[in-house]
Structure formats: C-alpha cells, structure tokens
Design a protein around this ligand. Structure first.
Ligand code: UDP
Length: 251
C-alpha cells in the first residue's frame, strides 16, 4: 500500500495528489478556525456539509458558464478538482455591510450597500491577509491587469447568481469570499474560480429574521453552527443525500 501524497494542508481543507496529472483531491475537514486560527474547534460533520454545498454551488455555476475547478464529488468529504496555480488573493464581494467593512469604516452591520463592493486581500496568514488595491496586485505581479478584469467580471456574475439562488430560498447573501487560480493551455493561461463556496466563506442571513446561518455563528459564539449549515443545505434541497448522523443535526 502506498499512501497518496499530500500536496497542501490548510485550515479547513487538505489537497492530495489526484489520479491523473492536472487533477487534485480536495478533502474537507471538520476543523473550524477564526481570527487567523487563534480560535479553533472541531465541528463534527462540517466537512461533509461544506463538500456537498460547494459541489452544488460550483455545479450550478458551471452550468451558467462560470468555469471553476470542480470536476466531481468522490465521497462524503472529497472532491476531484482541476489543479490550478492559486492567485494569492481573497476576493470579497459585499452586498450588505458586515464584519471587517463595518469595523473598518464604521458602517452599521446590516446596512444595505449602495452597490456591490469588491475588495482584494493579499492571502498571507503571517500578514493577517491585508486589504490591497489593484496597484499592489499589478506592481507585485500577483495578477495581471487582464486577470484582474476577468476576476472582477466573474465575481459580479457569481454574486448575481448566488444572490438570486439564495434569495429564492429566503436567504440574503450578505457577502462572500472566493479565490481564483490559473490553468495553463499551452503558452496561455486562463483564470478560473477555485477553492470552495460554503457557509464557511459566505455570510448568509435568513431574509425574514436576519438570523445568521454561516461561520459567524462560530466566530461570535452564537451556537448551533452545524444546525445552521444544515439549514442552508436543507433549503437548497440537498439534505436528503446527507448521512443520517448529519441529517439529525448532530453538531
Ligand atoms: N472570509 C473568508 N475567509 C477569510 C476572510 C473572510 O471566507 O479569511 C469571508 C467571510 O466569511 C465573509 C467575507 O469573506 O463572508 C468578508 O469577510 P470580512 O472581510 O468581513 O472579514 P471577517 O469579519 O470575517 O474577519
């Protein structure tokens, strides 16, 4: 028996070598971290739910032509993905003020923004993922101008699609974080959506009560984290495929 090769281990996921060149296996852990990993916990079943929610969202995005790294789900915790060269940016898109935007600019949480705002953060834990501008991104060659244009256009498309998708099930998409990677085709590269889209990376509020159904339940010690992630999956209509341990809302 040979053990498959671990390529990278992050806070919530592990990447393993895939079965074919140009592929990887993305494994979703139950680990939850916040505040640059100063706060940690294991939330039983989180990885299974996020694997399934991310599969659902990426598949829907693929169907409307938003190319992404997802190929297929392999099992409860793993999905086969395209290997990409990750662009070291966290791209945040906001519709409603919350989190760091509210803290930084003093805009009350819950205030609807006059328009969607996209921000870039430099993905470096040891620097606490600082906010950066397009000037920094091009000057330091993290991404080219054309790539930034593609990222901005795709992010707005993802925002429009996800806002509608969640809106239809009574959930407000407050904000989300996505990441992009390069895939090479000969001498040319193309930027595609990568990483995950799940309640770990989005702020999702019940449209009627404004109850939080996302990672803020963990960050802010609100309890019922798994129950809330499960509620998102239930409203998306994908709960029936979950193992009974998670269907029961065990967290
Ligand atoms: N986010 C994320 N990973 C990060 C930082 C932020 O997925 O490392 C998501 C977060 O869940 C929220 C959005 O990006 O949906 C905006 O986060 P914000 O800048 O408000 O930071 P936070 O308040 O989470 O520190």
């Amino acid at each position: 028996m040979t053990r498959r090769k671990k390529i990278y281990e992050g806070k919530a996921k592990i990447l393993y070598e895939g079965p074919e060149p140009g592929t990887l296996i993305q494994y979703f852990k139950d680990d939850a971290t916040a505040f640059n990993a100063q706060k940690k916990a294991v939330l039983e079943g989180k990885g299974v739910i996020n694997n399934r929610i991310s599969e659902y969202v990426m598949t829907r995005l693929n169907a409307i032509g938003v190319h992404n790294h997802f190929i297929k789900r392999l099992n409860l915790r793993e999905q086969l993905i395209k290997e990409v060269e990750i662009i070291p940016l966290e791209v945040v898109c906001r519709n409603v003020a919350a989190g760091s935007l509210s803290t930084r600019l003093g805009i009350p949480e819950g205030q609807v923004l006059p328009r969607s705002i996209i921000e870039f953060y430099y993905k470096r834990d040891y620097l606490n993922d600082p906010l950066v501008t397009e000037e920094h991104i091009t000057a330091f060659n993290w991404a080219a101008t054309q790539e930034i244009d593609d990222i901005l256009a795709t992010t707005l498309r993802v925002n429009d699609f996800l806002s509608g998708m969640f809106g239809a099930i009574g959930i407000t998409l407050v904000d989300f974080k996505i990441e992009f990677g390069r895939v090479w085709e000969g001498d040319f590269s193309r930027v595609i959506l990568a990483d995950e889209i799940s309640p770990d990376s989005c702020r999702l509020w019940d449209s009627t009560t404004n109850e939080k159904l996302d990672k803020d339940r963990f960050r802010r010690d609100l309890g019922n984290v798994i129950e809330s992630y499960t509620e998102v999956a239930r409203r998306l209509g994908i709960m029936n495929e979950m193992p009974t341990v998670i269907q029961g809302g065990k967290g």
